[in-house]
Design a protein around this ligand. Structure first.
Ligand SMILES: Cc1cc2nc3c(=O)[nH]c(=O)nc-3n(C[C@H](O)[C@H](O)[C@H](O)COP(=O)(O)OP(=O)(O)OC[C@H]3O[C@@H](n4cnc5c(N)ncnc54)[C@H](O)[C@@H]3O)c2cc1C
Length: 161
């Protein structure tokens, strides 16, 4: 893939994003840009141009439709604890899922939970205590604060899928 395939984020793009998620949930501040330019691997550093924090699926749909239309690359971001260098290689937009942290449903009988993508292990496991069970990847104190969803795409990348 080439950088030439993508456009830079413009003022007009920022205005659109602010309309969708509110101006408090869009940032081009250096502190936000830098913290989203690295992950736990520390092997690569690539800055996004903008970071957004949606809090529902409808907002994500609007963001993705727009980004696709204006050709801005999008990187979903969970806890940023991946250790394989999953950072914004082509600039563009980080969509942070931290605000989408609801545990929607616990189906005890079938042992299924339905969560939003920003739920962290620790929060889920606290909810599961009363059922005397845990979500399994509880291997390290830091991992308790890892977001659930980022783990899966990261592992697909590790095994080369
Ligand atoms: C101390 C430590 C120990 C670890 N031990 C293990 C281990 O034993 N086994 C193991 O498998 N892993 C381990 N990991 C890695 C672990 O898998 C990752 O830290 C974690 O799963 C990444 O989740 P994240 O939410 O921080 O994702 P991020 O780092 O934010 O993202 C990782 C990737 O997933 C993508 N992504 C994130 N959210 C979404 C989403 N909602 N939809 C689509 N794509 C998304 C991102 O774009 C990125 O490509 C360890 C990490 C640490 C720091």
């Amino acid at each position: 893939m080439s950088k030439a395939l993508f456009n830079k984020v413009s003022e007009k793009d920022i205005e659109y994003l602010e309309k969708v998620v509110g101006s408090r949930n869009v940032s081009t501040e250096e502190a936000d840009i830098i913290t989203n330019a690295i992950d736990a691997s520390s092997i690569t550093f690539h800055k996004p141009e903008v970071v957004v924090w949606p809090d529902n699926a409808e907002q994500i749909i609007k963001i993705l439709e727009y980004a696709n239309r204006v050709r801005i690359p999008v990187y979903p971001r969970g806890g940023g604890t991946s250790n394989v260098g999953t950072v914004p290689l082509y600039g563009g937009m980080v969509v942070s899922l931290r605000k989408m942290n609801k545990i929607c449903e616990i189906d005890e009988e079938n042992m299924i939970v339905r969560v939003e993508p920003g739920v962290i292990y620790d929060a889920l496991n606290k909810k599961l205590e009363k059922f005397r069970t845990i979500f399994f990847l509880q291997i390290h104190r830091v991992v308790l604060h890892v977001l659930l969803v980022g783990w899966w795409p990261q592992m697909l990348r590790v095994v080369g899928l």
